[in-house]
Ligand binder design. Structure first.
Ligand SMILES: [Zn+2]
Ligand SMILES: [Zn+2]
Ligand SMILES: [Zn+2]
Length: 152
């Protein structure tokens, strides 16, 4: 995937009818540099980058970028929302139950695509939210957590 410059990001914002602001550019860059971060992480990155910006401004920028379809929000059950700039391709995610590491996975190949619902009830379907939960390779090979912390 080509590295996006801030010129590309400015063009991307304009294409979606959005004004180009320092906050929006910084949010886009933070998400592009490291997809699947939480709003909290993005806020920290953006504030380290452009300093004088409120948490609310960062969250507002994220919200509008989601609304306009520039970014995609993933909402895994029981964990904070994550953000990415890979939009519009109905890809899915693998999430580690232990460390939260999240990676992209293409829609299952060789099977009926999951956008083809058994019964669409007349809906125009554009996304199927599929999350594969499990343990990432490093957590799967890590020594077991001491039992005192289990089942708490
Ligand atoms: Zn893990
Ligand atoms: Zn993704
Ligand atoms: Zn799929």
């Amino acid at each position: 995937m080509p590295l996006r410059t801030s010129d590309d990001h400015a063009a991307l914002l304009r294409r979606h009818g959005l004004q180009v602001t320092a906050q929006r550019l910084a949010v886009l860059r933070a998400v592009a540099d490291r997809p699947h971060q939480t709003a909290n992480d993005i806020d920290a990155v953006v504030r380290a980058q452009i300093g004088a910006v409120s948490r609310q401004a960062v969250y507002d920028a994220l919200g509008i970028l989601i609304d306009k379809g520039v970014l995609r929000r993933i909402q895994p059950a029981g964990s904070p929302a994550r953000y990415e700039d890979r939009v519009g391709d109905n890809h899915h995610h693998l999430i580690c139950r232990i460390c939260g590491e999240t990676v992209d996975v293409d829609c299952a190949v060789g099977d009926v695509p999951c956008l083809t619902a058994a019964d669409d009830a007349g809906y125009e379907i554009d996304e199927a939210e599929v999350i594969y939960w499990g343990r990432c390779p490093s957590c799967a090979t890590a020594p077991p957590v001491p039992s005192a912390r289990r089942g708490a």
